[in-house]
Each structure stands twice: as structure tokens, then as C-alpha cells.
Design a protein around this ligand. Structure first.
Ligand SMILES: N[C@@H](CCC(=O)N[C@@H](CS)C(=O)NCC(=O)O)C(=O)O
Length: 215
């Protein structure tokens, strides 16, 4: 299998977490979307141009972080079971995954894009910040009942949440949320996140020194 991704993309981090939790081998293929040549080559392969993308052993292309995680969890019995076998529990995990993607990750993405373009839309920015803040409040409440987001075991919902809170911790003053802080420290010592974090640091350093791999 080949995973096309970028370490600084939140949805890629979500899928990387899942791969490391499952201890599944894959060929890592970093795609530099900021490089026109790489972007062009990638969009020829996958026109929507979004990362991550999985090329399965049978050369089938699987987009969408959630679908990739569902696929590897189904295909491989190794490591952490990311979708519970119990139907009700699985439904709860899928629901949390959707809520995090729609209400936190996508909104964080919009905020970041607005900042890059320095859009003069302070009201829209404030509205997005309030909505994300409200989501953090309800996640904080949920975490007061559970060790991980959906119970005692680590699941796909945690793969979705961890990259979001790691990226938003400063802007949203997460220290206000006692359970999110506890969860964040717990996540920081998880082997899978340590591996993802190392890739993030490496990608940040290479970006900083202006290193561009030959595509
Ligand atoms: N729903 C998709 C979202 C993927 C997505 O938005 N990826 C971003 C990076 S985090 C991307 O590739 N953006 C490039 C672009 O929109 O041109 C998923 O879950 O994989």
C-alpha cells in the first residue's frame, strides 16, 4: 500500500495515527501541494487534489481519511481496533469522527486559510472561533466520562481529535478545559502520536530551511 500525504496536513495526521496504531506497513509518499509540479502530477492522478489518499495493494485509490481508516481497520487485525465491533459503540465512534471533522477540523482549516489570505472578515473569524470553542466545551464534557473520547479504548474518534487539539492548543487557550488538557497530555505520550509529531517537526524544519525534494 502507498499513502500519499503531507505531515503538516491535519487529515493526513489523522490517517498516520491510524496506521501507527494498527502497526500496518505502507510506502510513505509525501506530496508537496505547494509545489506546482507536484500538485499538477497529483491532480492528474486524483483530480480533487486532496490529501490523504491511499493506493491499496490492488492499486485502487481510496480518498477521505475516515474511509481510509475504516478500510485498514477492516483489512488488518493487527494493533489497535479503531472501530469497535459492538454496533452501538461503533456508531458513537463514527458520529464523533463526523462531528470532529465537520465542526472542528474543517472550521480550523477555514480559519487558517482566512489568515493566510489576510481576509478582512473579523465577524466571520469571530463566529468560527466561537463555534470551535463551543465544540471544545462539549468535547471537554464528554471526556469527563471517558478515558479516551469514546470509552476506555483508543478509537478512530481519537485519530480525528488529537491532530485538532494539538494544532489549536495555543489559539484556543485549551488550558481552560481541564479534561482536554488531561487528554492532550495523555495523547502526547502515546507512541503513535510521538511518531506523527516527529514527522511534523521534520516537515517544519525542511520547510524552514527551504528544502524542496525533487519530485
Ligand atoms: N474530507 C477529507 C478532507 C481532506 C482535506 O481537506 N485535505 C486538505 C489538507 S488537510 C487538502 O488536501 N487540501 C488541499 C486543497 O484543498 O487544495 C478527508 O477527510 O480526507
Amino acid at each position: 500500500m502507498e499513502l500519499l500525504y503531507h505531515p503538516l496536513s491535519r487529515y493526513s495526521q489523522k490517517v498516520l495515527l491510524a496506521f501507527y496504531e494498527k502497526q500496518v506497513n505502507f510506502y510513505p509518499r509525501i506530496i508537496e501541494l505547494s509545489d506546482p509540479y507536484s500538485r499538477n502530477r497529483f491532480t492528474q492522478q486524483y483530480p480533487s487534489g486532496k490529501l490523504p489518499l491511499l493506493k491499496t495493494r490492488s492499486a485502487k485509490l481510496l480518498p477521505e481519511s475516515t474511509i481510509i481508516i475504516e478500510y485498514i481497520d477492516h483489512q488488518f487485525a493487527t494493533g489497535t481496533q479503531l472501530i469497535p465491533t459492538d454496533f452501538e459503540h461503533a456508531l458513537q465512534v463514527r458520529l464523533c469522527d463526523r462531528i470532529i471533522d465537520n465542526d472542528v477540523s474543517n472550521k480550523l482549516y477555514t480559519l487558517e486559510r482566512m489568515q493566510i489570505r489576510v481576509e478582512q472578515a473579523p465577524l466571520k473569524i469571530k463566529q468560527l472561533e466561537n463555534e470551535i470553542h463551543a465544540s471544545f466545551q462539549s468535547l471537554n464534557e464528554q471526556l469527563s466520562h471517558y478515558h479516551w473520547l469514546c470509552g476506555d479504548a483508543f478509537t478512530m474518534a481519537d485519530c480525528a481529535l488529537i491532530p485538532c487539539i494539538m494544532g489549536a492548543r495555543k489559539r484556543f487557550k485549551l488550558y481552560q478545559f481541564d479534561q482536554l488538557v488531561r487528554y492532550l497530555h495523555q495523547a502526547e505520550t502515546r507512541g503513535s502520536w510521538i511518531q506523527v509529531q516527529q514527522e511534523i517537526e521534520l516537515a517544519k524544519t525542511t520547510a524552514l530551511i527551504g528544502f524542496r525534494p525533487i519530485p
